[in-house]
Design a protein around this ligand. Structure first.
Ligand SMILES: [Zn+2]
Length: 470
């Protein structure tokens, strides 16, 4: 045994003055770690059932309805504690719990997104080439194209028939289902391919999904493999080729999320960005009872392509909803929004020792260090971002500390190393105080992303602190 050494003056001063990063796996007690693991298991189930924005809306709606949420009716007389939702075209969802304070005191908003990078089928996708049948795709969001080859893919989405009938498609998730893939070139013949920069060796136009190879037998003619595929699709779904024109079919990794590490401390899976924030923003709202400020969670679509379109965060649907609830007490939406507070719930890069040269460690989040508060995103000298004010940062710091949320500061990479954006700036544009807060991710936008279970749980606590604020 060693005697307790007296601390030197500099050690004492450092403790008082320096910021010290702490790891949740060291500071949390066993009971809270267990709670975090349990919560992460629920999240893992959600992730597997919600690989697309439509599926995420369905899953979220199911949970919301089971805890008393009803469809928003702008003519109904709403009271504090009432729980409502607005389903925006089945692809984005807004949920709210009415607060006790006057609506002009503002609302609390947790805004996450539920779309993830993937391969979308083109409007006219089916073709045959040398007796192999393919679906042609147009990738969605920021992907490294080479990561999407030689990987089992599942097909999710909807086909809307001319008469309006919706045909739901999900192939490749059940063990007995077939899967699909984009093929890659064998190393033996890749000499020329491997000389190209990684951004070029798989072209976007070459991300074609292999879907069949057996010809329709009892006939002579061309395109018999394609015919056989169309016949299978027709028998199973009642669709004909032109029905693809009114379809949204998305190819996503066919595997489920798994524990990562011998210590099972992490979860690997497809679509953490941004369901790892969407799920906590949702569960935090579902647990919110009688908040002071009206509490809103938004699960938005189209973030990965710029938040455009009527289901993206640049759409007016948040503004319209706020206008409707403001009108109930004879108020204007702008007076509500101007006093509102939003956590833009999105992921940030986690420090990866293998790729340490693109981040600056003092301003980079680390796995297991809790949620990451990101003052600004953007690129090229803080362009394309909402830079949260010092006052807002102080408010959020205090909120996190008061609610025992482990949090850290983060930036999206070194200056001029690249960059990115979130929905924060679109909500800030409505004159709402907005800052990004979310979960750090390894291998972001890859088909298999990794997060820490403790960080996922901290996200739930963080959004609960916001939505339940007094
Ligand atoms: Zn993303």
């Amino acid at each position: 045994m060693q005697n307790n050494k007296e601390k030197s003056t500099s050690e004492v001063l450092k403790e008082q003055l320096f910021y010290k990063k702490i790891s949740a796996s060291v500071t949390l007690d066993d009971a809270e770690i267990k709670t975090a693991d349990r919560y992460s298991e629920e999240y893992r189930r959600f992730l597997n059932a919600a690989k697309t924005e439509r599926e995420a809306v369905n899953q979220a709606l199911e949970l919301a309805k089971s805890t008393g949420f009803v469809e928003f009716d702008r003519n109904a007389k709403l009271r504090p504690g009432d729980k409502v939702y607005v389903n925006n075209r089945g692809k984005s969802l807004l949920l709210a719990v009415l607060g006790t304070r006057p609506i002009t005191d503002g609302v609390s908003i947790a805004a996450a997104h539920i779309d993830s990078p993937r391969l979308d089928l083109k409007p006219n996708p089916l073709y045959e080439d040398h007796e192999l049948a393919y679906f042609d795709t147009h990738y969605y969001g920021g992907i490294k194209k080479y990561q999407w080859t030689a990987l089992p893919l599942a097909l999710h989405g909807v086909v809307i028939l001319k008469d309006g009938t919706t045909v739901n498609v999900c192939i490749g998730e059940d063990e007995s289902d077939p899967v699909f893939c984009v093929t890659d070139l064998l190393p033996h013949l890749s000499g020329e391919q491997m000389k190209k920069p990684a951004s070029e060796f798989i072209k976007g136009e070459d991300l074609n999904i292999l879907i069949g190879s057996r010809a329709f037998k009892d006939d002579k003619g061309s395109e018999l493999v394609k015919l056989n595929i169309m016949k299978i699709l027709n028998e199973r779904y009642g669709i004909i080729e032109s029905d693809f024109f009114s379809a949204e079919l998305e190819a996503v990794p066919a595997f489920g999320a798994r524990d990562v590490g011998l210590d099972r401390s992490m979860i690997g899976g497809y679509g953490h960005d941004d369901r790892v924030c969407a799920y906590p923003a949702l569960t935090a709202l579902l647990e919110t009872e009688d908040p002071a400020y009206t509490a809103v969670t938004i699960l938005a679509d189209k973030e990965e392509t710029g938040s455009e379109g009527n289901t993206g965060m640049q759409s007016a649907y948040l503004r319209y909803f706020i206008a409707d609830i403001a009108a109930m007490s004879g108020q204007e939406a702008r007076h509500v929004l101007s006093n509102s507070l939003c956590l833009s719930a999105d992921v940030n890069v986690a420090y990866d020792p293998v790729y340490s040269d693109v981040v600056e460690i003092r301003n980079c989040a680390q796995l297991n260090h809790g949620v990451v508060l990101t003052k600004y995103t953007g690129s090229r000298g803080k362009s394309d971002t909402s830079d949260a004010s010092a006052e807002l940062m102080a408010e959020i710091r205090k909120m996190m500390d008061d609610n025992n949320v482990l949090w850290q500061i983060g930036e999206l990479g070194k200056v001029d190393a690249g960059g990115g954006g979130t929905v924060a700036k679109y909500i800030a544009d409505l004159n709402v105080d907005t800052v990004d807060l979310g979960v750090p991710v390894l291998s972001m936008h890859a088909p298999f992303e990794v997060v820490s279970k403790l960080d996922v749980y901290m996200a739930h606590k963080a959004f609960a602190a916001l939505l339940g604020r007094k």
